[in-house]
Design a protein around this ligand. Structure first.
Ligand SMILES: *Cc1c(COP(=O)(O)O)cnc(C)c1O
Length: 397
């Protein structure tokens, strides 16, 4: 990102996110190139910014929505209703009634199927739905696991084979893991989903098959970039064979972070500089409360254990880099926030050029699971603003 632009913006704003459209377009293009048989759904929960959504809608992306509000946000951004898939556990009756016409409901449990049928009865119609399946396989090659998401595959097959008035199953959704960088694991996973879909096709002809996400990006020094071209070849071969057999089934892949994480940078200001017993502290505006992930990564690293299953709150210890706009002789500093908790520290003993009050610090990988995870109600601070820079260089609020 252009440092001059950030410098100018930081004269006006103390803390802000800046999303770069050129990066979003580049990432979206790359996905489309590697998976030509697929249509894409953008996972709104990672960044529901209206301009980000509109950009992806203009690239033909549908929406993977996780709440009624996300369904509406997607519709406002210009995503056609047919391409808004609402999948989340624990939908309320109000959510179900609200989405029945605005998007496609993906039922997450047998109880939810019943609640959708009640809604259909109330309306006197049949509601076409998808179901989320908890499959007999995992990303790591084990058999099925208990999960709070979806309907166990054996129960889902029974459901699809039975009498269902009020609803008609027209789609399947599977998603088991995010942030995978191993092309072989992902390749096997996607092939397993095509096999799963073949088990359902005779029971409920599918209008769509949503294969979920999983495509990761390199965050820290220990990450090797996913070989997207090689994965694309594996998936294309499987997808083409599937489509020859079932030409009427639309194939969706979901993606959140892949398209937007690297497009975002978080910028915030040094409010104070202080020394305490030979340690230099830079007190920054809105860290834990403005961009939660780096502060949380420090808390988790402090526990001394590697954690699994905590995406998107935590990916790895060094998922965010800290940069300055200024150059200069490096010094060791601790970057802390302005909240009244000792947990509000984002980096300890990092090398930064000497910074003073009013200087700006940048944090990378802030396009996904960043602004949305901010606990801004804590301590009633002034929140960061979100800015967007178009491919032609125009800054939009
Ligand atoms: C959050 C989520 C995604 C997006 O995951 P990314 O790792 O950001 O691509 C996709 N599908 C479902 C069901 C999700 O809950």
């Amino acid at each position: 990102m252009d440092k001059q632009i950030i410098l100018e913006l930081s004269r006006e704003f103390d803390s802000f996110y800046l999303y770069d459209e050129a990066v979003i377009l580049r990432q979206a293009e790359r996905l489309k190139r590697c998976f030509p048989s697929m249509a894409f759904l953008y996972s709104v929960k990672c960044n529901p910014n209206p301009r980000v959504l509109a950009c992806l809608a203009s690239q033909g992306f549908g929406a993977d929505a996780a709440s009624l509000a996300e369904v509406r946000q997607a519709e406002l951004a210009g995503v056609p209703r047919k391409k808004i898939l609402y999948s989340a556990p624990g939908k309320t009756r109000k959510d179900i009634a609200g989405v029945a016409e605005q998007g496609v409901l993906i039922a997450d449990s047998l109880g939810e199927v019943d609640r959708i049928r009640e809604e259909a009865r109330r309306r006197g119609c049949t509601i076409p739905i998808g179901i989320r399946v908890n499959p007999e396989f995992t990303m790591d090659g084990c058999g099925g696991m208990p999960s709070k998401f979806g309907i166990d595959e054996d129960k889902a097959l029974k459901l699809a084979a039975g009498e269902l008035d009020g609803v008609k199953i027209v789609g399947l959704h599977v998603h088991v893991k995010s942030q995978v960088l191993d092309k072989d694991l992902l390749g096997d996973y996607f092939q397993n989903i095509f096999s799963l879909a073949r088990r359902f096709q005779p029971l409920c002809p599918l209008e769509f098959l949503n294969l979920g996400s999983g495509i990761g990006i390199p965050y820290g020094a220990g990450d090797t970039e996913l070989d997207l071209e090689a994965l694309g070849e594996t998936v294309e071969t499987a997808a083409k064979a599937f489509r020859r057999q079932f030409p009427d089934t639309e194939l969706y892949m979901e993606t959140g972070r892949y398209v937007v994480c690297q497009a975002g940078v978080y910028c915030t200001k040094v409010l104070d500089r202080k020394e305490s017993r030979a340690r230099t502290y830079l007190i920054l505006k809105n860290t834990l409360n403005g961009f939660l992930r780096p502060a949380l990564a420090k808390v988790i690293a402090g526990c001394g254990k590697e954690l699994g299953g905590v995406e998107p709150l935590f990916t790895c210890r060094d998922a965010v880099s800290f940069l300055a706009l200024k150059e200069g002789e490096p010094e060791r500093v601790t970057l802390a926030g302005n909240l009244c908790t000792a947990a509000d520290v984002v980096a300890e003993d990092v090398l930064m050029p000497r910074l003073e009050e009013g200087d700006t610090v940048l944090m990378t990988n802030a396009g996904s699971y960043a602004a949305v995870l901010s606990p801004m109600q804590f301590s009633m601070q002034e929140p960061p603003v979100e800015l967007y820079i178009t491919a032609s260089g125009k800054i939009l609020l």
